[in-house]
Design a protein around this ligand. Structure first.
Ligand SMILES: Cc1cc2nc3c(=O)[nH]c(=O)nc-3n(C[C@H](O)[C@H](O)[C@H](O)COP(=O)(O)OP(=O)(O)OC[C@H]3O[C@@H](n4cnc5c(N)ncnc54)[C@H](O)[C@@H]3O)c2cc1C
Length: 457
């Protein structure tokens, strides 16, 4: 009699944490990308590092793939099911183990929701900087898996910059710590950085020691509209290269503003505005002077309107247009692609020109909203979802936008990852030698290819 994978898992972790209910498997089949997913064999919901290790040991001995899953808010299919795989739901490891004000670190399990950690450390007068827009759903493990970004990266960097040390379960089921959690430490190769952003292909993160900052000052900002995108990019570059570093620098283009006018007419976006910038500071001291500096820069570059928020509640109102972006684009057209790419900030104007050429040639509409402060755009092609030709043109435009980013010295994946959705684009991203090196590194970590195979590289 052959023993099923379900029985093997139930021998190692509490049986109720091994789930084969088809409804549960369907609910966990894909992520927010809705990337097509295959049928997993089973879902395991461990509650401790030891249980994660036990699941990985079962997978290793049976040669079955494992798909680590956090909040499944990913946008590239990285946690979507693989045929016959074990879905490793890490949301049960959801404890904040310690918050240390002296070392300024938090030790957390991977299933902790990012926003919960932000709130918990704020009670200690501390600040966890990574802040993807999905912070209410994304987990620490998932954001480490994708090296998530967000709006504050211009000042605080990406998730990798906040990760001091990781406890991981390796592909053979052993538990290891990547490095001591000191600020400095250069012994050996930096495997922590390698595992951050590896999308579950090298190891399963079971605990993270995360760097914290002192609580920032009150957020305030300047919001401006412009007659064209080029003026907004110039203003953004003046601000980003100036002596006063903003904590966020966000951009909306003409298509996005059209949608914002539809769903939020109360925000009074002027009819002749074709671009929008929001510049934020969270400085403790000199915040008003920062605003003066930002205001002067947007004025110098021909802003049509300028609004200034001197305290967080007022800033919240200025943020409304940016927060409504996804709904705004759907208001323009029923179908939208999910774009994420990055170019050197100096190349943003060239990217906009190239995108305009793609728009004209393919007859599509493209929104270029995003985090201009670090050159990370979310170009979105909006299209009529019922029109097959429009759908095809949109997907072609999406591919060409990614190629354009690569031609300008940029990347097809700024912060959302590669998963399965963007694998094809890797051909133009790195040389065959570099890709081969990456595959060989994967093989060292995971010789039998059980950890999230077919993703990332
Ligand atoms: C509305 C919305 C807004 C978003 N905004 C942003 C944004 O501003 N910035 C941004 O960067 N992203 C954003 N995203 C994308 C997404 O939220 C991020 O990619 C996030 O990091 C995914 O976290 P998750 O917990 O949902 O992980 P999942 O989607 O479950 O997994 C993501 C990847 O990490 C791996 N993984 C998960 N847990 C572990 C673990 N413990 N160990 C090893 N690997 C693991 C998975 O296998 C997968 O490859 C947004 C998504 C949505 C839906």
């Amino acid at each position: 009699m052959t023993v099923s994978i379900v029985d093997l898992l139930r021998d190692r972790i509490p049986p109720q944490q091994v789930i084969e209910d088809p409804a549960v498997l369907t609910a966990h089949a894909t992520d927010a990308s809705r990337a097509p997913a295959a049928r997993a064999a089973v879902l395991a919901r461990p509650a401790s590092t030891a249980e994660v290790a036990a699941v990985v040991q079962v997978a290793a001995s049976a040669g079955i793939p494992i798909v680590p899953q956090g909040g499944r808010s990913g946008l590239v299919g990285g946690s979507a099911a693989i045929d016959g795989a074990i879905l490793l739901d890490l949301t049960g490891l959801d404890r904040i183990l310690s918050i240390d004000s002296v070392d300024r670190v938090a030790v957390v399990q991977p299933g902790v929701i990012v926003a919960d950690l932000q709130r918990a450390v704020a009670e200690h007068g501390l600040f966890y900087a990574p802040d993807p827009a999905s912070a209410d759903r994304a987990t620490i493990g998932g954001t480490i898996g994708t090296n998530a970004g967000g709006m504050r990266c211009i000042k605080y960097g990406v998730t990798r910059d906040a990760v001091r040390s990781l406890e991981v379960v390796l592909a053979d089921g052993t538990v290891e710590r990547t490095r001591p959690a000191t600020v400095k430490g250069v012994a050996g190769l930096d495997l922590t950085s390698l595992i951050v952003g590896s999308e579950g292909t090298l190891a399963v993160v079971t605990e993270a020691t995360l760097a914290l900052h002192p609580a920032p000052g009150p957020s305030r900002g300047v919001c401006a509209t412009f007659p064209d995108a080029a003026s907004a990019f110039e203003a953004a570059n003046t601000i980003a290269t100036g002596e006063r570093l903003p904590s966020a620098l966000e951009f909306l283009d003409e298509v996005a503003l059209r949608g914002v006018r539809i769903i939020r007419p109360d925000l009074g976006i002027p009819e002749d505005a074709r671009a929008w910038l929001l510049v934020v500071t969270d400085a403790h001291v000199g915040g008003s002077a920062d605003l003066d500096h930002f205001e002067a820069a947007v004025r110098e570059h021909g802003a049509l309107t300028i609004a200034r928020a001197e305290h967080p509640a007022a800033l919240d109102e200025l943020f409304a247009a940016r927060r409504s972006l996804n709904a705004a684009l759907i208001a323009v057209r029923s179908g939208t692609t999910h774009g994420d790419l990055a170019v050197p900030r100096s190349q943003l104007p060239a990217f906009a020109v190239g995108a305009e050429r793609i728009r004209e040639r393919l007859g599509v509409e493209i929104s270029l909203a995003g985090h201009v402060g670090d050159g990370n755009l979310h170009p979105t092609v909006v299209f009529d979802g019922d029109d097959q030709l429009a759908v095809e043109a949109a997907h072609r435009a999406e591919r060409e936008l990614l190629e354009l980013a690569q031609q300008l010295g940029g990347t097809i994946a700024g912060e959302h990852g590669i998963g399965t959705v963007k694998l094809d684009g890797l051909v133009g991203e790195s040389s065959p030698r570099i890709r081969d090196l990456q595959r060989r590194i994967k093989a060292v970590f995971d010789p039998h290819g059980i950890l999230n195979p077919g993703r990332k590289i």
